[in-house]
Design a protein around this ligand. Structure first.
Ligand code: SAM
Length: 213
């Protein structure tokens, strides 16, 4: 079954993705600068871009920039991207990789930056959560405040704690399910990008924020 998942993913990548020199350069430049290989997958990037196009997102908030690979997927849709990154080296590489795009990268710990954005009255059409796994629930609660009505929140890598029983107390899925202001689902994913079969299974939560939150 893992082999089948592998074949499906590889075939989809080969068939559905078009070359993009900026995305390719972002990956090689990030590797050349020693950044870890922990970006979203190309098919995930395409999914996020389609999701933003479907909802005509003009503003995207990203939590966890790394070298700006996912940032470029969002910016390529024509949205303005505000991205938060704690590591100055990652931020510098991301600035190089996203030069010329409508991208704002804020250096800082997400839990310091998110309250500031909220106090400034900023609102976003789409919020992408991809930083520290231990803080996902805190990010989500800020995302609910920062998303406009009918805006979307995407939380990456939510399956591991369920598979490995890692969470202390309630899982993220349980907590999100109790939040009255959103309607959410979990989409399990398989990917051939990692060789280690345990890491092939993943999943994300997609939530839409209610109009009258
Ligand atoms: N979204 C990126 C992509 O797909 O190209 C990958 C992001 S990587 C998985 C997570 C990033 O979040 C790292 O660059 C890390 O330095 C950053 N990060 C970790 N903890 C953070 C925090 N508390 N606040 C802001 N950024 C954080």
């Amino acid at each position: 079954r893992l082999d089948q998942a592998y074949i499906i993913d590889a075939q989809a990548k080969k068939s559905l993705l078009k070359p993009d020199s900026r995305l390719d350069h972002a990956l090689t430049n990030s590797a050349a600068n020693g950044l870890p290989d922990i970006t979203i997958t190309p098919l995930q990037g395409q999914y996020l871009a389609i999701q933003c196009q479907l909802m005509n997102a003009k503003t995207v908030l990203e939590i966890g920039t790394l070298g700006g690979y996912s940032t470029i997927w969002f910016a390529n849709t024509g949205a303005k991207v505000t991205s938060i990154e704690i590591d100055p080296k990652h931020r510098d590489v991301a600035l190089e990789n996203t030069k010329g795009l409508d991208v704002e990268i804020i250096l800082g710990a997400a839990l310091d930056v998110l309250p500031k954005l909220a106090s400034e009255g900023r609102k976003f059409d789409f919020v992408f959560i991809d930083a520290d796994w231990d803080e996902q629930w805190d990010y989500f609660q800020w995302a609910v405040k920062l998303a406009r009505g009918n805006g979307c929140i995407y939380i990456d890598n939510v399956v591991r704690e369920l598979l490995e029983g890692e969470s202390e107390g309630e899982s993220l899925v349980t907590k999100v399910g109790r939040e009255e202001k959103v309607t959410a689902t979990l989409v399990p994913t398989v990917s051939s990008i990692k060789d280690n079969s345990e890491e092939m299974f993943d999943g994300f939560i997609l939530a839409v924020v209610k109009e009258s939150k």
